[in-house]
Design a protein around this ligand. Structure first.
Ligand SMILES: Nc1ccn([C@@H]2O[C@H](COP(=O)(O)OP(=O)(O)OP(=O)(O)O)[C@@H](O)[C@H]2O)c(=O)n1
Ligand SMILES: C[C@](O)(CO)[C@H](O)COP(=O)(O)O
Length: 234
């Protein structure tokens, strides 16, 4: 399998409606920097990652205009209505010389606490896995299905269930085709693996750190601040 340069694809065109507030959460200051900066740092620190493309809202006025990070190119493109549309737009906006066989790492701008050890393990798995690989963690809590009145309707079996994180690593061509197929079918996929699964792939699950959190609501911010501040100190 190709071990060429890897491009990071960062969906950052969301509105942060669950988070609230006037500032899109990807630009909130966490541990002294915008949330998105932490994701760029983690991805572009890896020697195999040669550049990043960031999908932004067409009316984004806060993008600082970064064109390079850690000496590597940072491109931007317009995102879309759904996260999957933003990822597809970014894949299609990558430089044409990026081969279809090149690995891409799709990582949420809202996940600031990616560790280099997780990234290295994901890339090592994706190098060998024809169907790609994602960071994830086994479900460790008991899962309840709610009734329409927010009472427990049932307990769901958790054996074999995992929570998907990002980055998710796939070959550019295969992921582009899978996302196009899902879009054409009117299916809104919530992660890249879902599109690949629909196309018949069985991506590898790579167990990652539980603190690879996604900042979704304001309650997540304090934990993100703590985790990132601790990293700076250590
Ligand atoms: N149309 C969209 C929607 C989301 N995202 C990005 O996908 C990541 C994960 O999405 P989420 O956490 O849901 O962010 P938002 O969509 O902004 O949040 P909400 O659903 O609460 O509006 C974020 O980095 C977000 O910016 C994107 O690029 N394009
Ligand atoms: C891609 C993802 O982070 C994997 O868990 C998740 O599906 C994103 O969901 P969101 O609702 O778009 O934040």
């Amino acid at each position: 399998m190709s071990r060429s340069g890897i491009w990071a694809v960062i969906p950052a065109a969301g509105r942060g409606t669950r988070f609230g507030g006037d500032i899109p959460k990807q630009y909130l200051n966490v541990a002294g920097r915008p949330l998105i900066a932490h994701a760029l740092d983690a991805l572009l620190a890896h020697p195999r990652v040669v550049g990043a493309i960031v999908a932004l809202s067409a009316d984004d006025t806060r993008w600082p205009g970064w064109t390079h990070w850690n000496g590597k190119p940072v491109l931007r493109c317009d995102g879309g209505g759904e996260r999957a549309d933003s990822v597809l737009a970014a894949l299609q906006a990558l430089p044409p010389e990026v081969p279809a066989s090149a690995l891409v790492l799709v990582h949420d701008a809202a996940r600031p606490n990616l560790h280099d050890t997780d990234l290295e393990r994901l890339i090592a798995a994706a190098d060998l896995a024809h169907d790609g690989a994602i960071l994830a963690a086994p479900v460790r809590d008991t899962l309840k299905r709610a009734s329409d009145s927010d009472r427990i309707a049932a307990t769901e079996p958790r054996e074999g269930l995992w929570r998907a994180f990002t980055p998710q690593a796939f070959r550019r061509g295969a992921l582009t085709a899978a996302l196009q197929q899902a879009q054409a079918a009117g299916i809104v996929v919530t992660d890249e693996a879902m599109a690949m699964e629909r196309a018949g792939a069985r991506p590898m699950l790579v167990e990652g750190r539980e603190d690879n959190l996604k900042v979704t609501t304001s309650a997540d911010l304090a934990l993100a601040e703590y985790l990132l501040t601790q990293r700076v100190r250590t």
